[in-house]
Design a protein around this ligand. Structure first.
Ligand code: BGC
Length: 341
């Protein structure tokens, strides 16, 4: 296990942490996963999309590798009621609030420390979001921990608030197991332990209606190529411009497998969250120039955004995203990589 720190521009840094299986780079801007290299591949391939420097992240709004909050996904009309008080958030996406608003956590500076215990290393990042920031109540102390242990990376979120508030964090990494320079994930295989998903409307917002995946393109209960879903004709695929849906898990571990076309690299995702918003990079269009001057085209990667139910605050009275004063929010996801050497 070793680590180093590099300048990242705009007064930000990136921390590079490696063991003999994995190397990650995490930026103090947005606690963002800038790169993830599989050191057991011949080419030490970097399997997440990202930008060269902090300016790159600040100039784009695709949330490459970002720590997304306070609320991942959409809040209908940016409006919600908590303890009988109505809150209005910035409406930054077709009238809805997306991914924590205009200045979400992806744009905030985090402080960090690095811890090493034998073969296990962690980057622990911290940010305090003040009461009223982006329209949300309560001052929230957030800790994000990236941990490397052999062939496994985990991401943990932990937060407390001095008032009742709402929170639902995720990591927005765009994965391509052939490397971030590869132009498509259509021939990757995907498995998701999910019988149903949240249907979306024209504005991509889920409003509580569910779709049983059986006999639809969204049935990933057995591993299949992503192309076999996306190339079908289905209203939900049209509305999302591809896959952009919250899949509700039926199991409480090892819920997702993503496999490269040659089957030599696999990613297994295991989480304590109830589901994941799975997004097939539908709104990338080649205009974002990332690391190594790569232009990222549509469907060049897939996001596996483990989190709590989307827009739940407007659907359920006792919404899962409510964090009461004095309670601790937590979320834990592990990403295990298998490489055929
Ligand atoms: C959303 C997409 C959105 C993307 C932003 C995803 O999590 O569900 O609709 O376009 O993030 O990059």
């Amino acid at each position: 296990m070793s680590y180093s720190v590099k300048e990242f521009g705009s007064n930000e840094e990136k921390v590079v942490l490696s063991n003999s299986y994995l190397q990650i780079e995490v930026s103090t801007l947005g606690a963002t996963l800038v790169s993830l290299r599989l050191l057991r591949t011949q080419d030490h391939r970097d399997i997440v999309c990202g930008m060269k420097d902090a300016e790159g992240y600040l100039a784009h709004d695709k949330y490459f590798g970002a720590c997304v909050g306070r609320i991942a996904g959409r809040i209908d009309q940016g409006r919600f009621t908590l303890n009988e008080k109505e809150y209005q958030l910035p409406q930054n996406n077709n009238g809805n609030s997306l991914h924590g608003g205009i200045h979400g956590f992806d744009r905030k500076h985090f402080t960090y420390e690095v811890m090493q215990e034998g073969e296990v290393g962690s980057i622990i990042l911290q940010y305090t979001s003040v009461d009223g920031e982006e329209g949300y109540p309560g001052t929230v102390d957030l800790t994000v921990t990236y941990r490397l242990d052999h062939n496994r990376m985990s991401i943990d979120y932990s937060a407390v608030s001095d008032q009742d508030t709402i929170i639902n964090m995720t990591n927005h990494s765009y994965f391509n197991l052939e490397g971030h320079t590869s132009s498509t994930i259509l021939d990757h295989s995907l498995r998701v332990d999910s019988n149903e998903l949240l249907m979306i409307d024209e504005d991509s917002c889920p409003r509580g209606n569910r779709l049983q995946v059986e006999s639809t393109p969204f049935d990933f209960r057995c591993e299949k190529k992503i192309r076999e879903c996306i190339e079908q004709d289905h209203e939900q695929l049209r509305l999302g411009n591809g896959i952009d849906h919250f899949f509700i898990f039926t199991t409480d571990q090892d819920q997702i497998t993503l496999r490269s076309p040659d089957s030599k690299v696999a990613l297994h995702v295991s989480t304590d969250q109830v589901g994941a918003n799975i997004y097939s990079a539908n709104y990338l269009d080649g205009s974002d120039i990332g690391k190594e001057n790569i232009a990222y085209p549509q469907r060049c990667a897939i996001c596996l955004e483990t989190q709590n139910y989307s827009n739940d605050i407007n659907i359920h009275e006792d919404a899962t995203c409510i964090l009461r004063k004095g309670d601790t929010y937590s979320s834990h996801t592990t990403y295990t990589f298998e490489v055929e050497e």
